[in-house]
Write a protein that binds this ligand. Structure first.
Ligand code: PRE
Length: 268
């Protein structure tokens, strides 16, 4: 199985992708990854969806809403950041915006004068550090190689820092089997109790939601679509019925059922 994920080599996404595919290729944005799977160029894509400190990765949510793809698995992995540079004499810290945010307090306390630069990925920030002595990168410590020093390890603001990645495949890979289901709902309507009705489709059947996110639809201000993760598989009768109810409520808009899948925990 070949997979595409956020590059260059050495990103956390790369570490997650190695757990599901023997061959991993890279793109520099989440949207490009989902595009490459939707167009059939790759069998699987691995995208970060949510972090325990910083919350949702909105580019991933929007890319999933905009493409006909399926979710085939989720991978959860701990994120332990290190500060890497040629020497302690750096002026600027480059990393992915999520990583900079996960280390915000540590950076403020330890390097208040350093400038911050958001780049496409943590590994791209480490590359910047490798090319330029004025730059430090934040990323996985394995990226240090022979030429960079690990100036500090475990610099994330909370000891428990974990990111959830979704493995996406073509629509044909959509499965009803698995302990979790993701769906995206665009009701294209706005009236009192609409969200309550959607939630009741699950609550009335004792189905637990593990995540709900709203994202702007892009159609008009105040118009939203909703991302639901449910702790049940589509093979379960009450889950299939909940989806039918949601489809009836959203009959002026659309419902994208991305499928059911299981979770893998990757520690290294
Ligand atoms: O830049 C990377 O290494 C990534 O894989 C992206 C990403 C993210 O977007 O959340 C993945 C895990 C960490 O939370 C930090 C960055």
């Amino acid at each position: 199985m070949n997979a595409v994920t956020l590059g260059p080599a050495g990103t956390y996404s790369h570490r997650a992708a190695r757990a599901v595919a023997a061959e991993v290729s890279f793109r520099e944005s989440v949207t490009a990854i989902v595009d490459a799977v939707a167009s059939g160029e790759f069998e699987r894509g691995v995208v970060p969806i949510e972090n325990s400190i910083e919350g949702s990765v909105s580019e991933s949510l929007d890319a999933l809403a905009d493409h006909d793809v399926a979710v085939t698995r989720e991978v959860v992995t701990p994120i332990r950041h290190a500060l890497l540079a040629q020497s302690p004499e750096f002026e600027l810290v480059a990393s992915h915006s999520q990583a900079l945010a996960q280390c915000r307090n540590w950076l403020e306390a330890n390097h208040p004068d350093a400038a911050l630069e958001a780049v496409a990925s943590t590994a791209r920030g480490v590359e910047r550090a490798r090319e330029d002595a004025r730059v430090a990168g934040i990323g996985h410590p394995d990226n240090a190689g022979d030429d960079l020093e690990i100036l500090a390890a475990d610099i994330q603001d909370r000891t428990s820092n974990a990111t959830r990645f979704l493995v996406v495949g073509p629509e044909s890979a959509r499965s009803d089997a698995g302990g979790k289901t993701t769906l995206i709902v665009y009701p294209n309507a706005n009236y009192p109790g609409l969200l309550l009705e959607l939630l009741e489709a699950f609550a009335d059947r004792n189905l637990n939601l593990s995540r709900i996110e709203s994202r702007p639809s892009g159609e008009r201000l105040g118009d939203y679509l909703f991302h639901f993760d449910v702790d049940a598989g589509l093979y379960e009768d009450h889950m299939a019925k909940a989806v039918e109810d949601v489809e009836a409520i959203a009959d002026k808009g659309w419902v994208r059922v991305l499928g059911s899948y299981d979770t893998e925990h990757v520690l290294e």
